[in-house]
Design a protein around this ligand. Structure first.
Ligand SMILES: Cc1ncc(COP(=O)(O)O)c(C=O)c1O
Length: 447
């Protein structure tokens, strides 16, 4: 009998297996910085990356489609980003004062992202969404934020309600009642939004992942974003577009630049810094002016939005951000990444058809998703599309890993501008083998 997925995974990764209990000694469930860095029976410990590839501590090579949680549109260790970091390093990391590199960085964001009249840098995408919600509340003087079932906006208290099914229970323990009550969770349905906006006079803003939940795992209905724009304008509510994934990836101007959408405020991170820690909240002047200090003591203490953060706009991230945005501005990386993802999706669909498995391959821009359980997305909502059994997701990822390919969350991934045709060919071979292994183990069904 052929070696099982689990046996191949264990055989190839003795060093990762050895490290796992040591991680558990110091970190809850072994995860040093993220729930996603745990795994069953153990996660791979990665040693280095270059371009579209990375290598684990056992020396195994992967064509990578995790790409730093989609932060690496330019691939791992892009030479210009590395050079910027190395050049900035001897100058020190923090002066408690403005740095010129942040000025250049902000100007680039302003020039690329259509709604970015004004920008404030923060330390992560989650911080960006937290501040965007606060901008909406400060601007309107209202309390509530509307969000869509299963859209991901980071891990803070206001992003947890509605992130995981069941939608009325926050995705995490420890979220205070006040935060839960300030968030209205809706299915992606414009009529539902209109009903809320027409009856609840305390809504400050609506936040949306423009790709649909989790970089398009749950696609949005046609015309949805335009509908949100129209209704938010009509009811005087702030439209927040979460571009943490789509920013600079969907196009140099993000999703808003690609589709001519006009959000009031948007959030950016990941590619913004060339894959280092950081983020930004950006928006139209009339909304971002809630951050202005006027010198009027009453205004500045009682009416303005306070913003801080030790590491915001630090010289290292400003340097790598400048390097990255100079590259993404040309659109070449996005074109390469889109082309690679298109080839990958088409090849995966061919394999799914060849083996007649009950699966569906989809995605836009430089993303891909595989849903095991149906041949089409027709009639499937977030409840189904996000509910991939852990046994399927885990075995699928490991079946790919033992064949030299890695993906991101559940059964999805992203390409970078550095993936070549040869990388995609190798990835499709890995996918083909993984599907066969999943069939052998009875993990996927015939359609
Ligand atoms: C759409 C979206 N918003 C916000 C975040 C949170 O960003 P971060 O992980 O940098 O806090 C993410 C992270 O993946 C994201 O995908």
């Amino acid at each position: 009998m052929a070696e099982t997925i689990a046996a191949a995974y264990a055989r190839r990764n003795p060093r990762s297996a050895e490290l796992a209990p040591k991680f558990k000694e110091f970190f809850p469930s072994g995860g040093a910085g993220h729930d996603g860095y745990t795994g069953f029976p153990f996660p791979l410990t990665i040693a280095r990356g270059l371009g579209p590839r990375k290598w684990d501590v056992d020396g195994n090579e992967y064509i990578d489609f995790h790409m730093g949680s989609a932060s690496l549109l330019l691939g791992h260790a892009h030479p210009q980003v590395v050079e910027a970091l190395v050049n900035a390093a001897p100058g020190g990391s923090h002066y408690g004062a403005p740095v010129e590199a942040a000025l250049e960085w902000g100007e680039k964001v302003h020039d690329l992202i259509p709604c970015a009249d004004k920008i404030r840098f923060v330390a992560s995408g989650g911080e960006a969404t937290m501040y965007a919600m606060r901008v909406a509340r400060a601007h309107t003087g209202k309390n509530k934020i509307v969000r869509w079932q299963s859209h991901y906006h980071g891990a803070h208290d206001y992003a947890m309600p509605g992130n995981l099914a069941p939608w009325d229970v926050p995705a995490s323990a420890g979220v205070p009642r006040g935060a839960i009550e300030s968030v209205i969770v809706l299915p992606p349905d414009l009529n539902a939004l209109e009903r809320v906006l027409a009856t609840d006079n305390d809504v400050a803003g609506v936040i949306t992942e423009g790709s649909g939940a989790s970089y398009g795992t749950v696609p949005l209905p046609e015309g949805f974003l335009e509908g949100v724009r129209k209704l938010t304008r009509q009811y005087g509510v702030v439209m927040i577009l979460d571009e943490v994934i789509t920013g600079f990836r969907w196009s140099p101007g993000g999703l808003q630049g690609k589709f001519g959408l006009e959000p009031d405020v948007c959030t950016l991170a990941k590619i913004l810094t060339g894959g280092l820690p950081g983020g930004a909240v950006a928006g139209r002047e009339e909304f971002m002016q809630v951050m202005n200090q006027t010198g009027d003591a009453h205004h500045d203490r009682h009416q303005r939005l306070q913003h801080g953060g030790t590491f915001n706009a630090n010289p290292y991230c400003a340097a790598t951000g400048n390097a990255a945005l100079s590259i993404v501005a040309t659109g070449e990386m996005q074109n390469n990444a889109d082309r690679a993802a298109d080839r990958l999706r088409r090849g995966m669909r061919e394999a799914v058809d060849r083996y007649e498995v009950e699966a569906c391959v989809y995605g836009e821009s430089s993303t891909f998703h595989i849903y095991f359980g149906a041949r089409s997305l027709e009639g499937l909502d977030a409840n189904q599309l996000k509910a991939i059994p852990p046994e399927i997701a885990n075995n699928f990822r490991q079946a790919l890993q033992v064949r030299g390919m890695d993906i991101m969350s559940r059964t999805s991934g992203v390409t970078s501008g550095t993936h070549t045709d040869e990388d995609i060919d190798r990835a499709l071979e890995a996918f083909d083998g993984a599907i066969k292994a999943m069939m052998d183990e009875g993990l996927v069904r015939h359609s």
